[in-house]
Design a protein around this ligand. Structure first.
Ligand code: 0X9
Ligand code: ZN
Length: 302
């Protein structure tokens, strides 16, 4: 079973998904949306409000293999929504969630078994070149622009075309099929404590950025009120760096989802990607506080 005391392997998480579906069949459905490069299942957990026309929030984690706090925190959110439902507000029960805790299952396992700091997926390179595509450079909006690379040995290798990877292709298919329901898209990464909104490909903002900024600040405030640290809110390219082909830009620019964020969880550099397990619970509470704000916002949309 899953705990929040250590980082669990993928198989423990899969057992947790199966357990939730079995124990809460009216609320939780495990959907296989595709297969990774190495043949692992790409899973989405549908957490249903039971309301027929509920709006939905997309949450994902584990895009970058080494950012273990991301899938841990996303799984904590799932557990809170399902197993601790009564402790939260009415909007928790009023929106549907689509949750993909492991966008990059192969990379996650590789970062446990072989290389703790692995980032990309596990797409085989051609002979004499390197393995792995950066999944957060492989989405099909402004693909191949600033902050991405065409060289397979780079950590920010964008792949040989947009959605060349089965992992990103599966997500785009699923999200587009549900895009009328999905009103918010939150992708969890680490580290740095940032709440970032589009665009990431360039230091420009979308026309409705004032709404994104307002809700972003609300999330940051909620995190602090829950006892968490300060998170910096801003436009992705201006606040962090320009990077094209990200999931967030695609969700906003191509799928048309209004409230789109990348949240970089803890810490702000002391441990970086190798965040000790004692920080899982407090960091997961940051993530939960942010998602409660988004869920409430979506719930209250006209
Ligand atoms: O570079 C990234 O993909 C993200 N940072 S990380 O350290 N987790 O790798 C930031 C992505 C922000 N979004 C876009 N640039 N579109
Ligand atoms: Zn990342």
């Amino acid at each position: 079973r899953l705990t929040w005391q250590r980082y669990h392997r993928l198989s423990d998480h899969m057992e947790f998904h199966d357990y939730l579906q079995k124990e809460f069949p009216n609320m939780v459905q495990v959907v296989n949306i595709g297969t990774s490069v190495e043949g692992r299942q790409m899973r989405v957990l549908k957490i249903s409000s039971g309301q027929p026309n509920a709006k939905a929030v997309w949450i994902d984690g584990g895009t970058h293999a080494r950012e273990w706090i991301s899938p841990a925190s996303v799984s904590y959110i799932v557990s809170e929504f399902v197993e601790n439902r009564a402790a939260h507000g009415p909007y928790v029960a009023g929106v549907d969630l689509y949750v993909a805790p492991f966008v990059n299952p192969d990379g996650y396992e590789y970062s446990h078994a072989v290389d703790r700091l692995w980032r990309k997926n596990r797409k085989a390179g051609g002979s004499g070149t390197c393995a792995g595509t950066d999944l957060n450079r492989n989405y099909g909006y402004k693909w191949g622009g600033a902050g991405s690379s065409r060289q397979p040995c780079k950590e920010i290798y964008a792949g040989n075309r947009a959605f060349s990877e089965p992992e990103t292709a599966a997500i785009s298919r699923f999200v587009l099929a549900n895009k009328d329901k999905i009103k918010a898209y939150v992708t969890f990464h680490s580290y740095g404590q940032y709440i970032l909104y589009p665009w990431g490909y360039d230091r420009k903002v979308p026309p409705d950025y004032a709404d994104l900024d307002r809700v972003g600040r609300k999330m940051a405030r909620a995190i602090q009120s829950a006892g968490g640290p300060s998170y910096t809110v801003g436009n992705s390219a201006a606040t962090l760096y320009a990077a094209s082909g990200g999931a967030d830009d695609w969700a906003k620019g191509a799928a048309g989802i209004k409230y789109t964020y990348t949240i970089e969880l803890r810490d702000n550099g002391a441990y970086g990607f190798v965040l000790p397990a004692q920080f899982i619970e407090p960091t997961a509470r940051d993530a939960m506080a942010a998602i409660k704000v988004i869920a409430e916002e979506v719930y209250n949309l006209p």
